[in-house]
Design a protein. Structure first.
Ligand SMILES: [Zn+2]
Length: 139
């Protein structure tokens, strides 16, 4: 029987002949280093979005709260990343999954009005070509 080597660490494989790796660790190492570049960037964005969501959830334990922007910025919140937006007449809410925030100014201090997604938001329709709404919400 021909000798087979681990695809990851190149050590000789023992045991079953259909084995390609020593163990789960070698397998995941191999798949991580051979993952296409776009997969890595998708993975990075996904984990940043999850992190954003966790931060919003942490600072919004009971449905609604206001937090200074710099607090979340310091903790690594990525403001350019969100899963969806809700343009309201009071401004645009930026959501990461079921948590979102409205950027607000209170006494010249940048704050985030964090909300947990409400039922009525499911019924909102977002139409990117509705330029009137976008013009209103950017004020
Ligand atoms: Zn190995």
């Amino acid at each position: 029987m021909p000798v087979k080597y681990c695809l990851s660490c190149k050590k000789e494989l023992k045991g079953r002949s259909d084995k390609k790796f020593c163990d789960a660790q070698c397998r995941s190492m191999y798949h991580n280093t051979n993952r296409p570049f776009h997969e890595l960037s998708i993975q990075k964005i996904n984990s940043d979005l999850r992190r954003n969501r966790s931060l919003l959830a942490h600072f919004c334990p009971s449905g609604k709260s206001t937090v200074e922007k710099k607090v979340l910025a310091k903790l690594g919140y990525k403001f350019e990343l969100f899963t969806h937006i809700f343009p309201f007449n009071t401004g645009t809410y930026y959501f990461c999954y079921e948590y979102g925030y409205l950027p607000i100014l209170e006494n010249h201090i940048e704050k985030m009005l964090i909300v947990h997604k409400q039922k009525y938001m499911d019924n909102l329709s977002f139409y990117p070509w509705d330029f009137k709404i976008i013009k209103h919400s950017s004020r």
